[in-house]
Design a protein around this ligand. Structure first.
Ligand code: NCD
Length: 334
């Protein structure tokens, strides 16, 4: 097994080998979703808790489908409507959840660092489903998988990530993953949303959209995250979209075989025109499909491995496997 970490809290610090292993595992799980009966017994009898402190449709559903396709039981906890509103702290919620013996907890939280805190209070794998403006590792993995599928490799590509970089956990996770796998990354947006700090993390900073997407192999558009903004970062949404909305004109500046990504939810007409979102270069629906495979891989790698550690003979590593051909073992529950 090439991924020995107990949790997936972020892509920062993961090696190229670890990233490639997760992507290869995800690729092998894609086939399950093409079957008529979309289920393998890999995590039968395991319980995955989705602990969401922020509204989410896509990510929560994607994790739930992934867990179900691995035969795990899933519990969805929408915490806005629950304990926090009654004054419970995150660490108390964590301790209470841990006492129910889940096998993994997927957590989304408006505060950066919440998944790390949780990981210190429970002894099951924690998967970060997006924390504040910090990281969103499974989103970046599905982006990397989509890019690799379309381009064959990630090393050597130029990737322009455009929009509200300052508040984007998707951009941060992608920056770490893309740089580690050898891509050039440009952060493109108004100076108020592209902090000079990103240059220290290895991004090139560009403030003009047309210049930023010039000769890009990949363009990733980001939503303006109004829910995370505390001040005014541009004079009006109208002005922002005049300068930064990805139109066919801007796309024409990129490579002829450019692909266009967006993590969703999309604000059509604000950061991306409908012509581009629904056009021939868009791979946005492939991202959604790959999201399920990436989350299956993450759950399988983190939870499936623990079976063998706990002496369960059904564990994928029980026969001393090296993590190769996970699907064969997942398919038989071995
Ligand atoms: C992203 C998120 O929540 O950070 N969306 C997602 O996971 N599908 C990006 C966003 O909200 O704009």
């Amino acid at each position: 097994m090439l991924f020995e970490r107990p949790h997936l809290l972020g892509l920062e610090g993961l090696s190229a080998e670890e990233l490639t292993f997760l992507l290869d595992t995800a690729e092998s799980f894609k086939e399950v979703s093409e079957r008529e009966i979309k289920k393998v017994p890999a995590l039968r009898g395991r319980t995955v808790v989705n602990l969401f402190y922020e509204p989410s449709t896509r990510t929560r559903t994607s994790f739930e489908i992934a867990a179900k396709r691995l035969s795990a039981d899933t519990v969805n906890l929408n915490v806005q409507a629950s304990s926090t509103s009654k004054g419970e702290t995150l660490s108390d919620t964590a301790r209470n959840l841990a006492a129910m013996r889940p096998d993994a907890i997927v957590v989304r939280h408006p505060s950066s660092g919440a998944p790390d805190l949780l990981a210190r209070h429970v002894d099951c794998p924690i998967i970060n489903g997006g924390d504040g403006s910090h990281e969103h590792p499974t989103q970046a993995l599905l982006d990397l998988l989509t890019i690799r599928e379309h381009k064959g490799q990630i090393g050597g590509l130029t990737v322009a990530i455009v929009g509200d970089l300052l508040h984007s956990r998707v951009a941060r996770s992608n920056l770490h993953g893309l740089r580690t796998l050898g891509a050039r990354v440009r952060f493109v947006g108004p100076p108020t949303l592209v902090s000079p700090f990103f240059a220290d993390l290895g991004a090139e900073l560009v403030h003009d959209l047309h210049e930023g997407v010039r000769d890009a192999d990949v363009i990733m558009m980001l939503r303006i995250q109004r829910e995370r903004m505390t001040g005014r970062y541009f004079s009006s949404l109208d002005e922002y979209s005049r300068l930064y909305c990805l139109s066919a004109d801007a796309v024409a500046k990129a490579k002829r075989d450019v692909i266009i990504l967006h993590p969703g939810p999309m604000n059509r007409g604000v950061e991306i025109s409908s012509t581009v979102a629904d056009g021939p270069y868009s791979v946005i629906m492939d991202q959604v499909t790959n999201g399920v495979a990436v989350r299956m891989a993450t759950l399988y790698v983190l939870v499936g491995r623990r079976r063998s550690e706990t002496g369960d003979s059904l564990g994928p590593g029980a026969e001393g496997g090296d993590g190769s051909a996970p699907l064969q073992r997942a398919a038989t529950g071995e």
